[in-house]
Write a protein that binds this ligand. Sequence first.
Ligand SMILES: Cc1cc2nc3c(=O)[nH]c(=O)nc-3n(C[C@H](O)[C@H](O)[C@H](O)COP(=O)(O)OP(=O)(O)OC[C@H]3O[C@@H](n4cnc5c(N)ncnc54)[C@H](O)[C@@H]3O)c2cc1C
Length: 406
Amino acid sequence: MDIGIIGAGIAGLSAAIALRRIGHNVTIFEKSCFKNEIGAAITLTPNANRILERWNFDFEKARPVDFMQYRYLHSETLEVCGREDLSGVQERYGSRMCAYHRVDLHEGLRVLAEGEWGVGIRLGCAAVGVDADKGEVEFINGEKVKKDMWIMADGCHTPFLPQILKESIPTTHIGKSVYRWLSPLSLIRTNPQCAQIWDPSLPSGFVTFFNPRTAIMMVTYPCRNSTLLNCALFHTTRPEESNAEGWHSNSTHDHVLRELDGASAAVKHLVLQAEQIKVYKVTQRRPSTKCYGGNVLCIGDTVHYMLPSHAQGGAMAVEDAGALEILFDPKTYTHSPAALSKRLSTFEKLRLPRTATTQIMSSLNPNLTMEGLERQVGDIRRFYAGELVDWPRGCGPWSEAIREFW
Ligand SMILES: Cc1cc2nc3c(=O)[nH]c(=O)nc-3n(C[C@H](O)[C@H](O)[C@H](O)COP(=O)(O)OP(=O)(O)OC[C@H]3O[C@@H](n4cnc5c(N)ncnc54)[C@H](O)[C@@H]3O)c2cc1C
């Protein structure tokens, strides 16, 4: 098949690799020029890393940090209030749970797509219109392109779902934002308490600072061979930052420190080592009931945008690509418009129950939103009839219940 992909994020690059591996012609159309590098980390769980392993992804070059434990520390006293052992993850789930610098993961996927599989990426090509019935995409320069199949991987701000899926699901702000930054661990360890918390001889992993009194939740984890610490502080959106859109809005050290009033000096030290603070407004979308229209398939955040509670947004995008590699393998698939329609329907039947359930479960984080638990579980039943995790015990990130589910 001759396949066009809109967007070269995790979803678009992964889909391109998967489809090239089974011999299809693939071109990616990306609106940016890849200069908007995102200074943040991303966790990939074994369900995604298993697929990257199959593709011979260059883990060494991407410098991930494996997670062996999850520690919960009180933000005022630094008392360790809980610990989850993750050392058995690789053995139990067949692959690693680790964190990458986003730039390193993206670069690794891009090298695999372009370098090893010869995928063409056309930069500066913004799609402006999609006609799913004609199988045609229009670009900003007026060019109209037809393909055997289109894959929309243009992310959570996509304007095209009403045209493709004939349904429109609003994206809503949950009233929370995230301050995020990266700090060098060498500087962090100049504080004696931080040096103890991030002692290199301890198993690496998450450290979450929380305080039930102030509802503070600050998630930290190392990336890039443990040279950088990724920090994300969830908080109620400040009125003056309510217009922050996307990943690149700036905030200030003072704003973060104000949220951390009463926190230990060690926690504040993490903020002071940051070169730059970004603020991100947390939004979510309820699941779509479809994922394709005509010859256009939607994957990744385009169609299953979710809260970051369980670190599954990127992982689900990689899984989408893994499913494409199986369903469009020429050993079992011969292209015709009718065959394509049938396979897209199979993709939807296989993927939607899992992605929709993950989307809904990601919105059930006790520290973000636990509203309407019963309604949400009822909602899951619209998509998925299988066994569910034990609520609300299974809502916490990385609990054994949630790991078993994924
Ligand atoms: C705070 C936060 C933390 C997260 N942490 C994790 C985590 O730890 N683990 C995890 O798995 N997930 C995590 N996620 C989710 C994860 O980041 C996303 O699910 C993932 O990046 C989605 O990838 P994507 O390719 O679908 O979309 P995107 O990364 O948004 O890529 C879309 C691409 O399409 C391009 N594009 C957009 N419009 C057009 C157009 N009109 N024409 C052409 N190109 C276009 C864009 O420039 C971009 O390159 C987190 C998300 C947030 C917000």
